[in-house]
Design a protein around this ligand. Structure first.
Ligand code: ADP
Ligand code: MG
Length: 455
C-alpha cells in the first residue's frame, strides 16, 4: 500500500489554519489515513465521539483539503475503531457503507433537512418562547398567519435549528407540501451558476427550483451582498411566492434594518410580516438544553457537571455543546464511565483560551490593511489623502461596531493617539455613508464577513 503520510500531512496543514486549535487537536490531528479502496480514502478516528464531532463540524473543510491534495479520490469515509476492525476483517464492508462523503458533491444535498433538528429536540425557555411559538404556527399553517416570518438573533442561538424543525415537521405532517431550505450563500451560488450555464440560459431551471415551492426558507440572509443581480432575483422570487400565498421564512443574525446591504424594498417586505428575535438563553434554559443533549446522545454525565457548564458558558448554545462534547471526549480518553467535574474544568480552561483568540482590534486592522493594501504605519499615521483616510475611517467604524466594549479612548490610542471625538466622527461618517452608498455598505459587510470567518 502506498504511503499516505506525506499527502495526509499536507491535508492537515491546509485545515490547521481554518479551525480552532482545540478542534484541530481533538478531531483532526487524531485522524489517521489507513487505505484507499476504489478511490475512497479510508480514515480512522480514535473514538466514535471524535468521529461524529469531526463529521458534524468539519467535514466540509476536510473535503476541500482532501480534494486539493489527493488526485483521484472521489470519496472519503471516517471509521471509528470498531468499524476499522470490521474493515480489516473484510474490506468489502467499505463498498456498502452509506457513510461516505463524496468529494464532488456538496455534503448535504442543498435541500437536506437535518432530522436531528426537530421541535422535540428544541428546548423552549424565556429567551426563545415567542420565536418557538411563531415557528410552530408557521409549520402547522404555512402561508396563513405570519408571512414572511423573519427570525433574527446572535450566532449559535438556534435559528438554523428552528428552520430545520419547521421543515421536518412539515415533511412528517403535510408531506404533500414542497419545502425548500437553503442558505443565502447557496441561493446566490445557484443563481450565479444558472447565469453561467448554457443549459439554463433563461434561468428557468433556477426559477423552477425556487419558485415552485410551498415553503421557502432562507438561512443567513445577512450574507446577501455583492451582486445587485442576485438581490434582484431574490426580490422577484420573494414577490412571486408571496403573491401566491406561499410561506417564506428568513433567518439572519440581525434585524433587517441593520443589514447594510439589504435594499430598502426588501427591508420593507420583511417588516410587513412578523419579525421575531431569539435571545441569549438564561441559566435554566442552558441547563435544560444540556440535559436534553445528554439524554438524546445517551451520554453519561453527572448533573453537577451540567450545572457547572451551564453556569460558566453564557454566550451561546453552540459553545455550550462544544464544551459538553469536550467533557465527554476527555472522560473517554481517561477511560471513565461517567464524565466528572475534573473534565469539565479542563474543557472550560481550553474553551476560555480559545475564545480569547476571537476578534481583536488588531485583527480587524490587519484585515482592513490587507483589504485596501494600506500599511499599518499609514493606517495609524497622519496622512490625509483619501486613499488612506477612507480605509482608516472604515477600520475605526469596524472596531467600534465589532468591539462595542472597547473604550473610544483606547481606539484613539491605537490610531496614533487620536482624540475620542475624531473616533466618533469617523465612526458616524461611515455609519451614515452605509445608508446611502451601496458600494460602501457592500464593502463593510464583506469585511465583517471576512473578519468573522477568520476567527
Ligand atoms: P444559529 O443558526 O442561530 O447560529 P443553530 O441553530 O445552529 O444556531 O444552533 C446551534 C446549536 O445549538 C445546534 O446544535 C442546536 O441544535 C443547538 N440549539 C440551539 N438552540 C437550542 C434549543 N433551544 N434547544 C436545543 N438545542 C438548541
Ligand atoms: Mg445558523
Amino acid at each position: 500500500m502506498q504511503d499516505l503520510k506525506p499527502k495526509w500531512n499536507a491535508v492537515l496543514n491546509k485545515i490547521e489554519s481554518e479551525v480552532t486549535a482545540v478542534s484541530f487537536d481533538l478531531w483532526i490531528k487524531t485522524l489517521e489515513p489507513i487505505d484507499i479502496v476504489d478511490g475512497k480514502l479510508i480514515i480512522m478516528s480514535p473514538t466514535t465521539g471524535a468521529k461524529n464531532q469531526l463529521l458534524k463540524l468539519h467535514s466540509e473543510k476536510l473535503k476541500t483539503a482532501i480534494e486539493a491534495v489527493f488526485e483521484n479520490i472521489t470519496e472519503f469515509v471516517v471509521l471509528d475503531p470498531a468499524e476499522k476492525n470490521e474493515f480489516f476483517q473484510n474490506k468489502e464492508v467499505i463498498r456498502n457503507t452509506e457513510e461516505t462523503v463524496s468529494i464532488k458533491e456538496p455534503i448535504l444535498p442543498k435541500n437536506a433537512l437535518n432530522e436531528k433538528y426537530s421541535f422535540d429536540s428544541f428546548v423552549v425557555g424565556k429567551s426563545n418562547q415567542f420565536v418557538y411559538a411563531a415557528a410552530r404556527s408557521v409549520a402547522e399553517e404555512p402561508g396563513l398567519k405570519y408571512n414572511p416570518l423573519f427570525i433574527y438573533g446572535g450566532v449559535g442561538l438556534g435559528k438554523t435549528h428552528l428552520l430545520h424543525a419547521i421543515g421536518n415537521f412539515m415533511k412528517h405532517n403535510s408531506s404533500n407540501l414542497k419545502v425548500l431550505y437553503t442558505t443565502c450563500e447557496n441561493f446566490t451560488n445557484d443563481y450565479i451558476s444558472s447565469l453561467r450555464s448554457s443549459k439554463d440560459s433563461s434561468n428557468s431551471l433556477f426559477r423552477g427550483k425556487y419558485r415552485n415551492v410551498d415553503v421557502l426558507m432562507v438561512d443567513d440572509i445577512q450574507f446577501i451582498s455583492r451582486a445587485e443581480r442576485t438581490q434582484e432575483e431574490f426580490f422577484h422570487t420573494f414577490n412571486d411566492l408571496y403573491q401566491n400565498n406561499k410561506q417564506i421564512i428568513i433567518c439572519s443574525d440581525r434585524h433587517p434594518k441593520d443589514i447594510a446591504t439589504l435594499q430598502d424594498r426588501m427591508v420593507s417586505r420583511f417588516t410587513s410580516g412578523l419579525i421575531q428575535d431569539i435571545q441569549q438563553p438564561d441559566y435554566e434554559t442552558r441547563l435544560a438544553i444540556l440535559q436534553k443533549k445528554v439524554q438524546i446522545e445517551k451520554f453519561n454525565v453527572n448533573n453537577n457537571v451540567l450545572e457547572f457548564i451551564a453556569k460558566n458558558i453564557d454566550s451561546n448554545i453552540r459553545e455550550l455543546e462544544g464544551v459538553l462534547s469536550k467533557v465527554i471526549f476527555y472522560a473517554g480518553l481517561l477511560g471513565k464511565k461517567e464524565a466528572t467535574i475534573e473534565e469539565a474544568k479542563e474543557a472550560l480552561k481550553e474553551h476560555i483560551t480559545t475564545t480569547k483568540e476571537k476578534i481583536t482590534a488588531d485583527g480587524i486592522m490587519e484585515r482592513v490593511c490587507k483589504y485596501y493594501n494600506v500599511s499599518r504605519t499609514d493606517m495609524v499615521g497622519k496622512k490625509k489623502n483619501k486613499e488612506i483616510v477612507d480605509p482608516r475611517q472604515v477600520c475605526i467604524y469596524l472596531i467600534c461596531t465589532l468591539l462595542e466594549d472597547l473604550p473610544l479612548a483606547a481606539i484613539g490610542n491605537m490610531f496614533g493617539g487620536r482624540d475620542h471625538t475624531t473616533i466618533i466622527h469617523a465612526r458616524d461618517k461611515i455609519a451614515g455613508g452605509i445608508k446611502s452608498n451601496y458600494t460602501l455598505s457592500t464593502t463593510i459587510s464583506d469585511l465583517i464577513a471576512m473578519i468573522k470567518t477568520e476567527n
